[in-house]
Design a protein around this ligand. Structure first.
Ligand SMILES: Nc1ncnc2c1ncn2[C@@H]1O[C@H](COP(=O)(O)OP(=O)(O)OP(=O)(O)O)[C@@H](O)[C@H]1O
Ligand SMILES: [Mg+2]
Length: 304
């Protein structure tokens, strides 16, 4: 669906996307995971054929975005990072008007709008204006709008940023259904749980480059341990305790507010901490997550 080789995006002398290789296969959900400024949106805009690449090669649906932008866009659904719904129009009209850009007949557009509003659970708000909708509803409407042309490939730039947990789960559930229908999804996120839940494969992006690529499970296996022990010590600095933990873990990360022990057996490691008479104010044993992968790869935590 997408093949990028050495893809570059520059803004003047600044390089936002620094030679990335990406391949997205039909029917998969593919994610770009990374912090603010990683280059996720810049990449999505190149894939969406609204921003020309500065270098490298890019093929979308077998076509060249430089020459075949309109033909590609006809088969894409795009949900941009910021909702750009028409506030003057009703919920339904946002879909039917958008459908006209694709040359879809009025009758088909009306039928499809009804169906899509049901799909995103906005059927009852069809005749409401956009402005009073909640953030989650607006997001769902933007997603519905992206589906008006029955796209083969849907691009979602941070589909759930800023939504409360309930609203996020509703969006995830809808995206999961789309995937089940065979639609290829490409999404960006800085939510680890979103990437883990939705993505078959993902790339971890940082500073315009790809730091790692694989399925969530493969990334966790490769870059982290099975379990993590989180320790918080009542102290000015966690650092002074780190020295006393030598040998307890395969790897130790010292963060400003806690120490992370990367281990196979969390309970065993915690017992050893207690044996050394170190008394953390709190402790937690958990499974490794993509957060740990990110920390390992970049040395930084990925805060929302
Ligand atoms: N039109 C532009 N002109 C100049 N610099 C830009 C432009 N668009 C993006 N950038 C810069 O490129 C870098 C990558 O931006 P981009 O929006 O792709 O990041 P992102 O990963 O989507 O971040 P976020 O999570 O904040 O959305 C940033 O440093 C940004 O300031
Ligand atoms: Mg962005």
């Amino acid at each position: 669906m997408i093949v990028a080789r050495g893809l570059v995006k520059r803004f003047g002398s600044f390089t936002a996307v620094d030679g990335i290789d990406v391949e997205v296969r039909p029917g998969e959900a593919f994610g770009f995971l990374g912090p603010n400024g990683a280059g996720k949106s810049s990449t999505m805009r190149m894939i969406g054929c609204v921003s020309p690449p500065s270098g490298g090669t890019l093929r979308i649906l077998g076509m060249d975005p430089r020459r075949e932008g309109p033909a590609i866009r006809a088969r894409l659904g795009v949900c941009p990072q910021l909702d750009n719904l028409d506030q003057e129009l009703t919920v339904r009209e946002n879909l039917t008007t958008y459908a006209r850009f694709f040359g879809i007949s009025r009758a088909v557009a009306r039928a499809r709008a009804l169906e899509l509003l049901e799909f995103v659970q906005l059927g009852e708000r069809a005749d409401s204006k956009v402005e009073p909708l909640s953030g989650g509803m607006k997001r769902r409407l933007t997603i519905a709008r992206a589906l008006v042309n029955e796209p083969d490939l849907v691009l979602l730039d941070e589909p759930t940023t800023g939504l409360d947990p309930q609203a996020r789960h509703l969006v995830w559930e809808r995206l999961f259904r789309l995937k089940q229908q065979g639609v290829t999804l490409v999404l960006t996120t800085h939510y680890m749980d979103e990437a883990e839940q939705l993505c078959d494969r993902l790339v971890v992006m940082d500073g315009g480059r790809i730091a790692a690529e694989g399925s969530p499970r493969a990334l966790i296996e490769r870059y982290s341990t099975r379990e993590v022990v989180e320790l918080r010590f009542q102290a000015e600095s966690q650092e002074e305790y780190a020295g006393k933990l030598t040998g307890v873990a395969e790897r130790i990360e010292v963060l400003p507010d806690r120490i992370l022990l990367y281990v196979t057996d969390g309970d065993g490691a915690l017992a050893e901490v207690h044996r050394r008479a170190l008394a953390p104010a709190s402790s937690l044993v958990r499974r490794s997550s993509l957060e740990d992968v990110f920390l390992h790869l970049t040395g930084r935590t990925l805060v929302d």
